[in-house]
Write a protein that binds this ligand. Structure first.
Ligand code: SF4
Length: 235
């Protein structure tokens, strides 16, 4: 395998939920340096010598989907850690697809490099920036996260900012501190995603999850800070 090829760990052929309003294929890129307890894709955290899916094969599959799909979304793991991401994005753009990106806001320089190739980005903010380590397990991880948010907003690309909320990890005071930081930075489109126990390997997080958090009153306070706001709940 060519070492400069995108390392793909998974693939969803058709998705109506990964790029708003568009039918997309989702390419899950290998590799993430963070270790969030609520991660639903821990198998994608390591980058293996041979990735499970060959990019050239997948690219040929995507080429046959022209006209059936609107977009290709690069997700992860953390897609921006792959040095071949820009090349892969360019290849699917040249086929006529829109390009979506999911990012956890880990690599600001790499992110800035690919943003001109991206039509829409869904990005995660996990906590007040000073308290990222409690969730990611990595010291000072809030610093690159803030820089990435600033880069996305400055680029003018269409986006959705989202946070996964678990009542124990992000109690009301911290949740309000985080959303105040986001509003201050200029985030206008914001979604809170309820913690999802299914598929989460951290049993203590699962045991302490509180469905229905944040409640309606807290959600209403948060809604007032953003032009577009919603809570995504799992039932
Ligand atoms: S940043 Fe995302 S992919 Fe990486 S460990 Fe956290 S939840 Fe998983």
């Amino acid at each position: 395998m060519n070492r400069c090829e995108l390392k793909v760990g998974g693939y969803t052929a058709f998705s109506a939920t990964d790029y708003p309003g568009q039918l997309s294929a989702v390419v899950f890129v290998q590799g993430c340096p963070w270790r969030c307890g609520y991660c639903h894709n821990p198998h994608l955290q390591p980058r293996t010598a041979d990735s499970p899916i060959d990019w050239n094969t997948l690219r040929a599959t995507l080429a046959r989907r022209v006209g059936l799909l609107d977009a290709v979304v690069f997700s992860g793991g953390e897609a921006s850690m792959d040095p071949a991401l820009a090349q892969a994005m360019t290849e699917v753009r040249d086929m006529g697809f829109k390009v979506g990106l999911h990012t956890a806001c880990i690599y600001p320089v790499r992110l800035r490099n690919v943003l001109p190739l991206v039509d829409w980005v869904g990005f995660d903010v996990k906590a007040p920036f000073s308290e990222y380590a409690a969730i990611t397990g990595i010291a000072n991880s809030g610093d690159p996260a803030r820089a990435c948010v600033q880069a996305i907003l400055a680029s003018g690309v269409a986006y959705e900012c989202r946070s996964t909320v678990h009542a124990q990890q992000l109690p009301p005071e911290q949740l309000l501190a985080m959303v105040a930081q986001l509003a201050e930075l200029g985030v206008e489109n914001y979604v809170l995603q309820e913690f999802r126990a299914t598929g989460c390997a951290d049993q203590s997080l699962n045991a302490s999850s509180r469905p229905g958090y944040p409640n309606a009153a807290l959600a209403a306070r948060i809604a007032a800070l953003f032009c577009h706001f919603s809570v995504r709940r799992h039932h």
